[in-house]
Ligand binder design. Sequence first.
Ligand SMILES: Nc1nc2c(ncn2[C@@H]2O[C@H](COP(=O)(O)O[C@H]3[C@@H](O)[C@H](n4cnc5c(=O)[nH]c(N)nc54)O[C@@H]3COP(=O)(O)O)[C@@H](O)[C@H]2O)c(=O)[nH]1
Length: 874
Amino acid sequence: MNATKESLRARWLRRGLDTHVSLPLFALLLLVAIWLVTFHEIDAERLHAQEAANDSLHEILGTYEAQVARSIDGIDQTLRMVKYAVERKGALGALPELGREGLLPPGVLFVVSIVDRNGVTVASNPRALSISVADQAYFKFHQQRDSGATFVSPVLRDAANSEWHLHFTRRLDDDSGNFAGIVIVEADPAYFTSSYERSRLGEHGMLGLVGSDGVVRALRTGDQMSFGQRLDPDNDQALQQLGGTYSGLRELHGLALNVMVALDENEVMAGFARQRREKLWEGVIVSAALVFVAGLVWAWSWQGARTRARMRRAQETYAAASAASLDAFFVMREMRDAHGDIVDFRIVDANIRAAQMMGCSKQHLCSTTFCTLIPDARDNGMLAHLIEVMQTGGMHEQEWQSTVPQLRARWLHQQVVAVSGGLVASLRDISERKLAEERMLHLAHHDTLTGLPNRSLIADRLEMTIAQAQRNGGAVLVAFIDLDGFKLVNDGLGHNAGDELLKVVADRMSGCLRASDTVGRFGGDEFVLLLPEPGEVVDAAPVLERVREAVLQSISVCGQEVQVSCSIGVAVYPDDGRDAETLLMNADAAMYRAKDMGKNNCQFYTREMNATIEEKLVLLEGLRSALDEGQFRLVYQPKVDLHTGRVFGVEALVRWEHPEQGVIGPDRFIPLAEESGIIVALGEWVLRTACAQNRAWQDQGFAPLRISVNVSPRQFEEQLLVQRVQRALADSGLAAQWLELEVTEGVIMRDLQQAVAKMAQVRAMGVSLSIDDFGTGYSSLSALKSFPISTLKIDKSFVRDLGRSMGDEAIASSIIGLAHRLKLRVIAEGVETEQQRSFLRENGCDEMQGYLFSRPLPPEQLAQLLAAPAVKAA
Ligand SMILES: Nc1nc2c(ncn2[C@@H]2O[C@H](COP(=O)(O)O[C@H]3[C@@H](O)[C@H](n4cnc5c(=O)[nH]c(N)nc54)O[C@@H]3COP(=O)(O)O)[C@@H](O)[C@H]2O)c(=O)[nH]1
């Protein structure tokens, strides 16, 4: 806890010492100091100005007091003189005599009057109207007091003198000392303020006389004169109201009068105010300059502090990260020999991960050199690489597969950066990622089922092999292999069985190849072989034969023995194509030729093969319009009862009368029609024509026959099949019992449930169903039980070798036995020989169809056959 506090305190102390923290504080202190000094100086100036103002006030006051005292003293002398003259010469003679002697004051300024005891002016200078002043205060003052003092009246005016003026009066006594009247000297109040000097009193200073009674006798402010107002001279505040802060009052000795001077504070302090303003501006400017400079320094120092903090953080992060990093870090110093060449690197720092990767301690790592650590470094190019990095500078990175025994990683990502006098290297173990990449690469280039190279890798390898052959002048055989009968296994026994078969076939093919050969799965049941031939092409032929034979061996899948063969098409570089695409295309064409040639064989590409493809395209083009143009016709092959020899039915077989090529057999165009979808319309035409023909024969009086119509896979899966059959029967007027549909095992096994449901619908109409080509597919026997069929047709491939092949005989007789156990009839097709017929009859086969009895015939010929007197098999 204490340690935390200590460290906190230390942190705050450090922060406080940071320029960006201390500088604002210092600047603030400086600002305070500047303003303290400024205000102090202003205060001093103010005191000085105030003192000067007071001094000036007292000086003016003194001067003014002396002036007023002198003036009043003059007036008082005049009063005394007139009083003396009146007492000596009488009221009437006094003034003229004084006037003659030039002792009277100038008449423009002063009016001298003599008033008798009744208050009537009896004489005056200058001459003035005689008036009564008996009710004036100054008269009463003297009348009631026996005082020798001069009385100064407030400013007033009367009938004798219409101007405002001051009355200075003295009492006159008669010889007995009784009141005999008064002497008056009237003076203009402005006379007493004429000493107002603007230079000293300003525009708003005050100068004046105030009576002890508080009545202002004369007061001048600037150019303004005033009097008569009341003011308490003992009260400073009142004076200040009049004259401001700077004012003074002095009593005139012996008179109930005061002189008063006041200075206007604004004027007196104007100099100070200017100085104060200057000082304040100085303060502001200095403060602003200080703030600006401090701000600049602060910003610079803040930036620096931030950079330092960032660097510190980065260093801390780097230290933490490198300690905990998954990357190995090495800091190395160059080591040079006497010639200045780099000969090794000393490891000066490394992290724990580096030690782990090198399988030693960190201390050991940091006390060794690069070449000591990896002794092979001089020979395997590692040292040379580091030296090159030092010479070129910058950062170099690469991924490499390690062969260094000291390194505990297979794949590494390396980053080396040249720094002054050395290198910083980081190594990351990327073995796992590389492994995952290798796995991904393998997945991307290999077939997941068989593990063989896939289409894209085959294409790559083929291009490489072609390039090699081009360089070496050799040849390349490209073999395109398609399995015959794979679809039957896949459709009949399910996809698992199909997959199983593909894997076995792939293994067998791989087992037949030479080390230099490649086998890949091109997709589905297609495989491609790449057979490089440095010399003669014929050397590869045995390989192809081995492959063909290996595929032909029976295979046990899902508990059942199956057999497939393969059709192989071969194209050879450079004769059949100079690029991968052409070679594959031509090998594919050759493969189709192998299929056409009865499958299970190998065909080398010839130029005519491409013509076959083109021919197919031409056929397809013609097929589209053939139906509309009525180019199809049906032939009918009789079906014969093997025991009675009676013709009980016919199979409708389609022929295409091509306008240019003549009659084309269904083997050539039915697959094209199936592929293109034309089969649906063509199939419906066959169905309707066959029904109509059968009905026509019946109408012609022939014994009713059951007519069989082949239904292709696409036709059977089509949704409207049942409706189409219904319509064909309804439109032809043929009874349903005289129609039979022939479907192959493969068609049913594609989607067993749906097929059985559809067959049930057909059967419900009264139409018969038979399984065509039985034995070539892989119908499950349990499923066979649920088929609503009436007949099994043994495929002609099993009939062909009857009497010659024990295997085919066994198959044929087991099909017959099976059909009978399921209470089905059996028909054998392709019966051409007596031997075949005998075998079938002896083995209980019910019906037959074949050239032995009749080839497929046009309807009119069939009618002739039926009309013959003894239509019976021999
Ligand atoms: N979907 C449809 N398929 C049809 C239609 N018409 C015919 N086909 C199918 O085309 C295949 C070839 O038929 P085709 O060339 O007509 O050959 C048939 C017979 O001529 C031939 N056959 C009959 N007897 C013999 C014989 O003794 N030897 C011999 N080598 N060939 C003989 O067999 C074909 C009949 O086969 P199948 O249908 O299996 O009974 C063929 O698969 C036809 O099914 C059609 O309208 N629609």
